[in-house]
Design a protein around this ligand. Structure first.
Ligand code: ADP
Ligand code: MG
Length: 305
């Protein structure tokens, strides 16, 4: 299964959430590849705490070089073996593998994706799909060349029959809801561009779900249900829900949400069960990541609505 993680804005929690979903899937026994297609900021290595590739790989063997046809063997890092955080490698025996394909250090956004790059992308995605159950591709935000590239690649016959799922990340605010909606439904959005590349509109639409990240809990202190702040937050929440459903981001297209997590406000990382046991991260957060991983792989969730 191919999973494309994207968002209209930056700082939506797309990478952090995707890494944590990847980790949960791996713990559940799936072999997972994580491809860093955030070409302007290839920092997935930092999330998995692989010091050597925090800002991408430095020897010209990253995703940029592969797509530019400058290197045929993309660098890959076994996260469980290579992470500086050794606890990350300690997983149940039935766990799968988790492999990061980093971008190139200093790599930049591509202005456009030409046919040669689409050819390389098709080859890469086909190859990783042969080896892994789930391939998560963290895309550059917005109407980016990265998004166009994979839309075009997945319309090609070699990939057209593969299971593809899109995750659109957004914060729980007015601007984020409008931006996420526009990225999917707006002019030159994913649907319009996808149809232009030959995707069926209905199938593509049904392959897209939204994820709300870092949703604050109005009741931060027990017993403050009647406080002015809690009442205000609840009112905003109701207004946002209404806006989301008019912008086609309502319940039926929502895969799930993650709570505001202090650990992630301070540091981008994979949250381990050990962090919850040590009481430095909230159980609600790891539960949300686990639930997102489950929903992502549950075919029933993705049937026609
Ligand atoms: N559930 C959450 N609670 C609090 N902060 C979060 C949460 N999810 C992500 N963040 C933080 O938000 C910031 C942006 O997340 P990131 O994954 O880098 O976004 P993007 O990839 O969309 O640019 C990071 O500092 C990250 O740690
Ligand atoms: Mg990111």
């Amino acid at each position: 299964m191919l999973v494309f993680s994207t968002s209209d804005k930056g700082g939506t929690g797309r990478s952090v959430t995707s890494c944590n979903i990847a980790f949960r899937l791996c713990m559940g026994g799936k072999n997972v590849a994580y491809l860093d297609f955030d070409f302007g900021s290839p920092t997935a290595g930092a999330l998995f705490e692989i010091g050597a590739v925090e800002r991408g790989v430095s020897n010209g063997s990253g995703m940029h070089s592969y797509l530019l046809n400058e290197n045929e063997t993309p660098a890959r890092f076994d996260v469980r073996a290579k992470s500086d955080r050794v606890e990350l490698g300690r997983m149940p025996t039935r766990s799968g593998k988790l492999v990061l394909f980093p971008g190139d250090e200093g790599g930049a956004e591509f202005p456009t994706s030409g046919t040669a790059m689409v050819d390389q992308c098709v080859k890469l995605l086909s190859k990783v799909l042969d080896e892994f159950h789930i391939v998560i591709v963290d895309l550059s935000a917005g109407r980016s060349a990265a998004a166009q590239l994979v839309l075009e690649a997945t319309a090609r016959p070699q990939l057209a029959e593969k299971t593809v799922r899109w995750l659109i990340f957004h914060r729980w605010t007015r601007q984020h809801i409008m931006a996420a909606s526009s990225l999917v439904h707006g002019p030159s959005g994913l649907l319009e561009s996808g149809v232009g590349y030959g995707h069926g509109e209905k199938k593509l639409r049904e392959s897209i779900r939204f994820i709300r990240t870092a949703v604050p809990n109005p009741f931060t202190q027990p017993g403050n249900e009647e406080s002015a702040q809690a009442r205000w937050l609840l009112k905003q929440n109701a207004a946002l829900k209404k806006l989301a459903s008019t912008k086609k981001l309502g319940q039926s297209t929502l895969l799930g949400e993650t709570p505001m997590e202090p650990m992630l406000q301070w540091r981008e990382q994979v949250i381990l069960d050990a962090d919850v046991d040590a009481k430095i991260a909230n159980l609600e957060t790891t539960t949300a990541f686990g639930e997102l991983a489950r929903q992502l792989t549950d075919d029933a969730v993705w049937e026609t609505f």
